[in-house]
Ligand binder design. Structure first.
Ligand code: HMG
Ligand code: MG
Length: 301
C-alpha cells in the first residue's frame, strides 16, 4: 500500500458549511443538539458556526446563541468562520477560541462571497489576526475555488500557491484548500499539492472537498498519499456555499470514516455516533441521507 499517514485529523464542517446553505430555518436548539452529538463522536474539530453578516447568511444568524448553548468536550475544538473585525468581536464575546478566515484564489468568487478583491481580503485579515493574537485565539485560513471557480472556470495553481503563502505569512496555522464547487480531480490535487509542498509543510495544509461530481474521496486519497493528514468533511454530506452557484454537499464524514477505518488509519472518531448526529439533523431538514454510508444503513446494509 502507498505511504498513508497513520492518523488523520477530521475537521468537521457540517454545522457551518452544512447548515449555511439550507433553505429550512433550523432551530438553534437543533443545531446545538447536532453539535453535541458530533462532540460525543470524538471529533477533534467541529466548525460550529459563522460570525459573518446575518444579511449575507441568515441561516447562521444565531451564531452567538449556538456557541453559548453547546457543551464543549475536552479534546474537541470549536472553530467559527470570521470575515472581519466585527465578526471577530462577536466571536470573542461568544467565547470562541478558534476562528477560520476565508478568501479565494479567484477574484470573481471572492467578490461574490465577501465583496472584496483577494488583496483587500488579505489586508482586512491583518487586524483580525492581531485581534485574535491578543486573545490567544487560533486562526485557520481557507482558500476557496482552489480547484476551479464557479465564475472563471480553471484556476491557476500558482494563484492558489500565492494566496496560501500570503495567509501563512499573516500567521494562520493551517490553510484548507477548498474545492468549493466540487470540480477537482486527483491529477489536479497532485499538481497543486506538489507545488505547495515545496514551500509548505504538510501539517500546515488541509483539504476541503465538496462532492458535487463524486470525486471527493478519490481526491482525499491522493492528498493522503502526498502526506496531508487533515481532511475537512461534513456529517450527513451537507454543505454548499450560497455564493457559489452549483456548490453542493461536502464529502460526508461517514464516507470518509468508512474508508479510513477500512484502511486502518486512526481518527479517534466513532462512525456510528457521527451517523446518529447526521440522522438527527437530516430529520430536522426533512432530507434523505446524502452519504453513501447512511444510504447503506437505511437500506439495511
Ligand atoms: P459588505 O456588505 O461588503 O460589508 O459585506 P459591510 O461592512 O458594508 O457590511 C454590510 C452589513 O453587514 C452592515 O450592516 C454591517 O454592519 C453588517 P448594515 O449597516 O447594512 O445594517 N456586517 C456584519 N454584521 C454582523 N457580523 C459581521 C458583519 N460584517 C458586516 N461580521 C461581508 C462583507 C464579508 C461582511 C459579507 O459579504 C459577508 O458576511 N460574507 C460572508 C459570506 C459567507 O459566509 N459565505 C459562505 C462561507 S465561505 C464558504 O462556504 C467556503 C468554504 O466552505 C471553503 C470552500 O468550500 O471553498 C469556507
Ligand atoms: Mg465549503
Amino acid at each position: 500500500m502507498a505511504n498513508y499517514p497513520a492518523k488523520v485529523n477530521i475537521y468537521e464542517v457540517g454545522p457551518r458549511d452544512g447548515l449555511q446553505n439550507e433553505k429550512v430555518t433550523v432551530p438553534t436548539q437543533a443545531k446545538i443538539n447536532y453539535i453535541n452529538l458530533l462532540s460525543a463522536a470524538g471529533l477533534p474539530y467541529i466548525e460550529a458556526t459563522s460570525f459573518v453578516s446575518p444579511k449575507a447568511v441568515p441561516q447562521l444568524g444565531d451564531a452567538s446563541e449556538v456557541m453559548s448553548g453547546i457543551e464543549r468536550r475536552a479534546g474537541t475544538r470549536y472553530p467559527a468562520l470570521v470575515p472581519n473585525v466585527r465578526g471577530m468581536q462577536r466571536a470573542i464575546d461568544a467565547g470562541v477560541r478558534d476562528i477560520a478566515l476565508f478568501t479565494a484564489a479567484s477574484e470573481s468568487f471572492t467578490k461574490a462571497n465577501i465583496n472584496s478583491t483577494i488583496q483587500e481580503s488579505l489586508d482586512n485579515f491583518k487586524p483580525v489576526v492581531e485581534f485574535a493574537g491578543e486573545h490567544d485565539v487560533r486562526v485557520r485560513g481557507y482558500v476557496s475555488s482552489a480547484l476551479g471557480c464557479p465564475y472563471e472556470g480553471a484556476v491557476p495553481i500558482q494563484k492558489v500557491h500565492q494566496v496560501t503563502l500570503a495567509l501563512l505569512d499573516l500567521g494562520v496555522w493551517q490553510v484548507s484548500l477548498g474545492d468549493t464547487i466540487g470540480v477537482g480531480t486527483p491529477n489536479q490535487v497532485e499538481d497543486l499539492l506538489a507545488l505547495l509542498l515545496k514551500d509548505v509543510p504538510a501539517a500546515s495544509l488541509a483539504v476541503h472537498f465538496h462532492d458535487t461530481r463524486g470525486t471527493a474521496l478519490a481526491n482525499v486519497l491522493t492528498a493522503l498519499q502526498m502526506g496531508i493528514s487533515t481532511v475537512d468533511a461534513s456529517a450527513g454530506g451537507l454543505g454548499g456555499c450560497p455564493y457559489a452557484p452549483g456548490a453542493s454537499g461536502n464529502l460526508s464524514t461517514e464516507d470518509l470514516l468508512f474508508m479510513l477505518n477500512g484502511m486502518g488509519i486512526e481518527t479517534g472518531v466513532d462512525i456510528d455516533k457521527v451517523a446518529a448526529a447526521s440522522q438527527s439533523i437530516l430529520q430536522v431538514l426533512g432530507k434523505p441521507a446524502a452519504s453513501k454510508y447512511l444510504q447503506a444503513c437505511v437500506a439495511g446494509g
